[in-house]
Design a protein around this ligand. Structure first.
Ligand code: ARG
Length: 458
């Protein structure tokens, strides 16, 4: 395929140069965005009388046909083309002749690729948002069913205080809700159209950039043509948002792996999301969760890679920017797959309530409440802390839990204890008394669930 810019060149290029320079192996994935941008561009050119209506119609019909043929598989994208822009333009010209050669009037590949990438990322933001919404819906359903399911809350991975499963998963609900907000912020900030910026300095044609922007659902045109062709900030922000989504999924996966282990036994991952071992017949491994955790690294890598690529590029466009695509596409595909699989794994997981509750009973998770009990009876907190420390020592040497101690044993350590200590340290009491908004108590949790319901129904 001949080059768009062959005119001033006299020597044939060498094959490795062609291959090294080409982006068609990866930028072919935005043929849709490229064609959409071109249709908007010629629509604007015709409105401004830069292009005849006849040429415009021929171009749009030709482009729509190319689009349809690529989608149905009857037109293969030529792997020898330099990039998707060259491929679409030369295919069009082969088909409609001179009108096709007018498509690129008042445009450069620099503003073209800036537009294509923006359109593509904007679509991906919307897709990620949808996937996060589905994950949040699954989380919400689990939370609703488990406002009474008690389990130990941990700090330092040591049992700390009793919480509920609704509360524990509510923490992830908050994380993924913020992830959606972040995407929404990025979308707003990036939603300005670079088309019409030309190579770097705009064009001499009387383009209507506002019109092009509105045809492509942007909030307006970008205001500096040099920035327009060299801005990849929005992409870096998007990769950062993906890195955070993956970080949240990875933490969640880590807990799925722990909770699914023999030692915890809090959950069972459905067979469909586990795999076996080739040698150990008893094994059911949490591979999907492990892979989500593992793949987080490559999404972080994409973010670092883009930051580094951009860090010393002089204005305006430099070919280095072509490197934005492979890493971003990989990060997008990875995050998309992880979100889909993780959501399905969560939806099909079994929760073992009794094991969770039993675990909460056996780690002195109610020790703080025993101290608070003494404080309510007038003992200073620091003294109460010491007294409960003695209770814990007693239980450890007698291999029992706080609720299994006799009142006599309680009184031997501190005479302030009465029969009502048993109610004060029951796990149900410990949880239900935590009523401030954001705490695990059922009443507080119900309030939060109402807010989440409204949020999901918006
Ligand atoms: N394939 C190029 C990219 O991805 C398109 C822009 C080419 N522009 C140029 N001046 N060589 O960045």
């Amino acid at each position: 395929m001949s080059k768009l810019w062959g005119g001033r060149f006299t020597k044939e290029e060498n094959e490795l140069v062609n291959e090294f320079n080409a982006s068609i192996p990866f930028d072919q994935r935005f043929y849709r965005q490229d064609i959409r941008g071109s249709i908007a561009h010629v629509t604007m050119l015709a409105k401004q009388n830069i292009l005849s209506n006849e040429d415009k119609e021929a171009i749009i019909t030709g482009l729509n046909q190319i689009l349809e043929e690529i989608e149905t598989g009857s037109l293969a994208i030529d792997p020898n083309a330099e990039d998707i822009h060259s491929f679409v333009e030369s295919t069009l010209t082969d088909r409609i002749g001179d009108a096709g050669k007018r498509l690129h009037t008042g445009r450069s590949r620099n503003d073209q690729v800036a537009l294509d990438m923006k359109l593509y990322i904007r679509d991906e933001i919307d897709e990620m948002d949808q996937l996060l919404y589905q994950l949040l819906s699954v989380l919400y359903d689990i939370m609703k069913d488990h406002i009474d399911t008690i389990l130990p809350g941990f700090t330092h991975l040591q049992k700390a205080q009793p919480v509920t499963l609704a509360h524990h998963y509510g923490a992830y609900f908050e994380m993924f809700r913020r992830d959606r907000e972040r995407l929404c912020d990025i979308r707003k900030r990036m939603n300005y159209c670079p088309l019409g910026s030309g190579a770097l300095a705009g064009t001499t044609y009387p383009l209507d950039r506002d019109y092009s922007a509105s045809l492509l659902d942007f909030d307006g045109p970008t205001l500096n043509s040099m920035d327009s062709v060299s801005d990849r900030d929005y992409l870096i922000e998007f990769l950062d948002a993906l890195a955070l989504i993956m970080m949240h999924l990875s933490r969640f996966s880590e807990e799925v792996i722990l909770w699914n282990s023999n030692e915890y036994g809090f959950i069972t991952i459905d067979d469909a999301y586990s795999t076996g071992s080739s040698i150990m017949p008893q094994k059911k491994n949490p591979d999907i969760a492990e892979l989500v955790r593992g793949k987080t690294g490559r999404v972080y890598g994409a973010l670092m890679s883009m930051l580094t690529t951009m860090k010393s590029l002089p204005l305006a466009y430099d070919k280095d920017m072509q490197e934005d695509k492979e890493v971003s596409f990989d990060a997008i595909d990875t995050t998309r797959n992880c979100l889909i699989l993780f959501t399905d794994m969560l939806r099909t997981m079994t929760f073992h309530k009794e094991i969770m509750e039993d675990s909460a009973k056996h780690g002195f998770t109610n020790a703080t409440d025993a101290a608070d009990y003494l404080v309510n009876k007038g003992v200073p907190f620091r003294d109460a802390h010491g007294i409960v420390g003695q209770l814990v020592l007693f239980c450890e040497s007698h291999k029992c839990s706080l609720d299994q101690m006799s009142l006599e044993d309680y009184k031997n350590i501190c005479p302030v204890f009465e029969e009502d200590i048993y109610d004060a340290i029951s796990l149900q009491t410990c949880v239900s008394k935590r009523l401030t908004i954001g705490a695990p108590g059922q009443a507080a949790m119900k309030q939060v669930l109402e807010i989440y319901k409204d949020y999901l129904n918006k």
